[in-house]
Ligand binder design. Sequence first.
Ligand code: NI
Length: 397
Amino acid sequence: MIDEIKTAADDVYPEVVSLRRALHRHPELSGEEQETARRVTAWLDAYDLHVRTGVYGTGVVATLDGGRPGPTVLLRADMDALPIREETGLAFASEQDGVMHACGHDLHTSSLLGTIAILAEHREAVHGQVRACFQPHEERIPGGAPFMIDEGVLDASEGVPAPSAAFGQHVKPDLPPGTLGVRPGGFMASTDEVYVTVDGEGGHAADPHAAIDPVYVASEIVTGLQSLVSRRCPPGVPSVLTLGRFVADGATNVIPDTARLEGTFRAMDEDWRFRAHDLFRRLVHRTAEAHGATATVEVREGYPALRNDESTTALVQKAAREYVGPDRTVAADRWFAGEDFAYILQECPGTFYQLGVGSEHGLHTAQFTPDEEALRTGVGFMAYLTWRYGREHAAGG
Ligand code: NI
């Protein structure tokens, strides 16, 4: 089957590339993916699938029935772009000023369409059902995935059993095309935003004793908060706290009334994540109190930590070694970016893996230029993995 799928991937590759370029030329922001959804639907129309549109706005869900009994597998691609002005100079660069596919979601979407084309062509060999989800709104909190779940993408429907595994991929600039990055267990971070306002009492800089200096208090808070990661977080639980914004608008001779801190808190473990929120609040309030100031804390919860299931990930590793070879199957590092596929993996076992695209410039930059050759692997490997999972879990199906 691996050779048939590789041949099919080569056959569909030119069409996938031209679709990817069309998507790249017409990027759409989170929640506005109408044109993208229309192109997705137009592609799916060529195959005999059950297609549902308008799922959480612009989402599209297509179900393919395999020729043999087996489980349901959920495959997911995100469709939205970023508010970045493209500077790649490519012939098919964004025509939408200030909007760019700088996170590779154009590759994710076109790749999954190519995968569906291959699976449809080899439908008789496919065990079970394949549910392909084209998801809107990944780039902005609260994300699209939780709403797709609310709309039933993880439920049984019309004779199709609920998915027993979910797979998704993300482009990775520092891995060369033709490689895949896989990591079992904790893989990507939760991404919460923290906001602190310290209210002191402004005054003349020459009379600090008559004021309550919020700059000093906020500085104590910045320093103290580092103890959360160094002293309170268990060793071996990776976690990051960065306060990237510190605003206190006094003057050389003026102590201001307030100071404001903003930052990001990321964790690989959901238990620690919520314990850290409590410790964070307590440390801020008590530090402020110790100096006669008051503080308000806001923690805006982002996506949860993403955890890959051990068993499906073992299969992804095995299938990757078979498909691209052991030397091109890379042990992925922990990745401190956030990803709303984490919500899907909270409900359904599955794996999120990396597709090497070899770009000198990173994700979310105006020069991000993935090598399209990666799509040949992206398209074919997901088809192979899906077929392989179906066959492995077909017994009694
Ligand atoms: Ni992304």
